[in-house]
Design a protein around this ligand. Structure first.
Ligand SMILES: [Mg+2]
Length: 311
């Protein structure tokens, strides 16, 4: 597998590329927007993908928001979306438990995205919000709630020592399920401040509990299994777009999708050059089929595109 600079393809070849898929999965941050600013022409490209007959899914490791809140964000930034088009890890964690017929309570180390999605499927929970060290409440006085049958770890800006203690204590019981939303180590911010991501929190609790979490986000394939249960997806005619190779592109590779890296986010061209020449399959799995500077660069081709009838 070798990376191809899509910009160097002749227009006729881009037509062939655009005809080669009818399902598009895209990451959000770094591809469609940066925080709350849409990237130039990304909304137009995504909406155009839909206009020419693709089914479009937004696939994000974000666990802070619910699907409903992400639809609102999409709309504010001019991306067409419904709740059915959104696969975020707060929702996936709830799907995972619902699909198992889980009927106990969840201890959440995470945000309201997770608690609200659990409520949508009627699962009880507790744990969201600050849980600080209190001098007059010794740790050893913690009493496990016998109803708790799962621990979910997502993004939690209130992450604390008492939360680690509680999560690990529940997980000492091996029948308690352990779900992590994702393993992104840090946020891709252009600054000299390192903002810890959920992966750092998951690893911390895994270390203390001496157990590994089931991960529902990218690059683990649960996310695509959940999608396939609900929609008809042909891997050979599916395109995965992302800005991060160790999540987005790796997921695409694992699922047999075509992969397109945009260079507007985390992974740089230098990274790909290194992996492309590696002997290790692990590195080769990170190499996308195509790359492009930014998603918006596809717009001129999509404007003139007509799907061939044989596709
Ligand atoms: Mg991203």
């Amino acid at each position: 597998m070798a990376a191809v600079n899509i910009k160097s393809l002749k227009e006729s070849q881009i037509g062939e590329f655009l005809n080669s898929f009818d399902t598009v999965l895209t990451d959000c941050d770094g591809v469609l927007w940066m925080e709350t600013t849409p990237l130039e022409n990304s909304p137009e490209v995504m909406n155009k993908f839909r206009d020419i007959g693709n089914q479009v899914f937004y696939v994000t490791n974000n666990s802070k928001k619910t699907r409903k809140e992400l639809v609102e964000k999409c709309k504010e930034l001019n991306f067409q979306a419904t709740e059915g088009d959104i696969l975020c890890t707060s929702y996936l964690a709830a799907c995972y438990l619902k699909d198992l017929g889980f009927d106990k309570k969840v201890y959440i180390v995470g945000s309201t995205g997770v608690s609200k999605e659990l409520e949508q499927v009627g699962i009880k929970h507790y744990g969201v919000g600050p849980d600080i060290v209190q001098k007059d409440v010794p740790y050893m006085s913690f009493q496990r709630d016998p109803e708790v049958g799962a621990v979910i770890v997502g993004f939690d800006e209130h992450f604390s020592y008492p939360k680690i203690l509680k999560a690990a204590s529940y997980l000492a019981d091996k029948t308690v399920l352990f779900i992590g939303t994702n393993r992104d180590e840090k946020f891709p911010l252009d600054s000299n401040i390192i903002v810890p991501g959920t992966g750092s929190l998951v690893r911390c609790i895994e270390t203390c509990a001496e157990r590994e979490a089931v991960i529902v986000g990218k690059p683990d394939t649960y996310i695509v299994d959940a999608l396939k249960k609900r929609y008809a997806i042909d891997p050979k005619r599916t395109l995965m777009i992302g800005d991060r190779c160790n999540t987005d592109i790796l997921l695409g590779t694992r699922c047999g999708f075509k992969t397109l890296l945009v260079l507007s986010g985390v992974t740089s061209l230098t990274d790909i050059e290194t992996w492309k020449n590696s002997d290790s399959q692990e590195d080769l799995d990170l190499v996308p089929d195509y790359y492009i500077d930014k998603l918006g660069d596809l717009l001129p081709y999509l404007k003139n595109f007509e799907r061939s009838s044989s596709a």
